[in-house]
Design a protein around this ligand. Structure first.
Ligand SMILES: Nc1ncnc2c1ncn2[C@@H]1O[C@H](COP(=O)(O)OP(=O)(O)OP(=O)(O)O)[C@@H](O)[C@H]1O
Ligand SMILES: [Mg+2]
Length: 385
């Protein structure tokens, strides 16, 4: 968590609105580029949900690429068992030995083992089994004890169907939630991930389009960026303050992206501390910090691209609209005017697919492309220089 979370109050309000649904018609997607602040915002949703009485089931799906339907179900049940532990009890009657002894009733908590038994005992598809477990839990919760359960999954863009292996965990999740929500069970799905997430969901199930309300996180505006830079050091213990000029410089070079703001501020802070100890004047050149940011953040991604891919990305970075959407046609046109060996349209399309697998670009729902890494175009231009 950042020492001060700047902005994002609209998104938190939208989430509060989602919690006010009694019948869940809209689930939530939190999406945006790398480092824009999805994970920390999702973290702030947790106390909001809890304060409203909701239970919270959470998971990071970073490793979900190879998840089978069975494994996804098991993970969901394991998370659910933790969230409901202490709330779910089963009353069991024990018969006393001997004549005239009364039966005694005892309560025992319901745990993962119980959920798993229900899963195994339910006939049908994995989705039927998982649905049975989720329904069972809702019915077993003491009535009025909670308005519902939030199922929050971070890095959800990793979840995918695998037709070749006959495994459809992504579709399973959508089917199960859609079906139990229709039955009036208030389980709210909150998915967080890169911008590839939503197209992926719609590709798996077209009804996903109507099932989610999408919150697209953008970079912070100027005021929020300034707050993110200055608020964490506004206290008596902090030995450092930024001049207005420095704040503006950090804001501009970060492009308002929280990860970059934090990176640059930390560099300033560390350099100040080490220089101050040596009794020298503070002399941090922003260019040095940008160079460090390049090595730490961009170079790894850039070096994994092939020469031809880099050439293509240089063409893209030279487009006037490189920081918003661009089309294959625009790239082809520019490539013809700047390269000796220009790219054909079909070649560009193919390469954009491999670049999107590498997480460098993505295709939005209107079929246009965007860079998937914030400030990538400025980095590429620095490389070209
Ligand atoms: N609103 C904010 N105000 C201040 N700092 C923030 C804010 N949002 C995020 N940060 C900081 O920016 C960094 C990136 O945030 P976070 O990890 O949540 O991004 P993310 O979108 O989940 O990234 P990724 O796509 O890599 O998962 C973190 O160090 C976080 O503390
Ligand atoms: Mg994250």
């Amino acid at each position: 968590m950042p020492p001060y979370l700047a902005g994002r109050t609209n998104e938190q309000d939208e989430f509060r609105k989602a919690l006010r649904q009694t019948t869940i018609l809209e689930n939530v997607i939190l999406t945006g580029l790398r480092g824009v602040g999805k994970t920390v915002l999702l973290e702030t949703f947790k106390p909001i949900a809890r304060r409203a009485g909701w239970l919270w089931v959470g998971q990071d799906l970073s490793e979900a690429a190879s998840l089978t339907e069975q494994n996804l179900s098991k993970r969901m049940m394991a998370d659910l068992a933790v969230a409901t532990s202490g709330m779910l009890v089963r009353t069991e009657t024990h018969r006393q030995m001997g004549i005239g002894r009364e039966d005694i009733e005892a309560n025992r908590p319901i745990g993962y083992g119980d959920l798993h038994s229900i899963f195994e005992a339910t006939p049908g598809l994995v989705s039927d089994k998982l649905k049975a477990v989720l329904l069972f839990v809702w019915k077993a919760l003491p009535s009025g004890s909670t308005p519902g359960i939030v199922f929050a999954y971070d890095e959800a863009q990793n979840l995918s169907d695998h037709a070749k292996q006959d495994q459809f965990p992504l579709s399973l999740m959508l089917d199960v939630f859609q079906s139990i929500q229709r039955m009036g069970v208030p389980y709210l799905l909150v998915l967080t991930g890169l911008p590839t997430l939503f197209p992926r969901l719609v590709e798996a199930r077209t009804y996903a389009e109507r099932m989610f309300h999408m919150l697209f996180l953008n970079q912070l505006d100027d005021k929020d960026s300034r707050d993110a830079i200055t608020k964490p050091i506004e206290n008596d213990q902090c030995p450092i303050t930024f001049q207005t000029r420095t704040v503006e410089l950090i804001r501009e070079s970060s492009g308002g992206y929280p990860y970059f703001i934090q990176f640059i501020c930390r560099e300033y802070f560390d350099t100040w501390l080490s220089q101050n100890k040596k009794g020298e004047q503070m002399s941090v050149v922003n260019a040095d910090i940008l160079r460090k940011l390049d090595t730490d953040f961009f170079v790894g991604r850039w070096s994994r691209a092939t020469d031809r891919q880099r050439e293509l990305m240089e063409v893209i970075a030279s487009l006037p609209n490189c920081d918003s959407e661009f089309t294959v046609q625009e790239v082809a046109d520019l490539s013809r005017s700047v390269l000796d060996k220009p790219f054909s349209r079909s070649h560009i399309s193919q390469m954009l697919v491999s670049l999107s697998h590498a997480g460098l670009v993505y295709k939005n729902r209107y079929g246009k492309y965007l860079f998937a890494v914030p400030l990538l175009s400025s980095f590429i231009k620095r490389q070209m220089e």
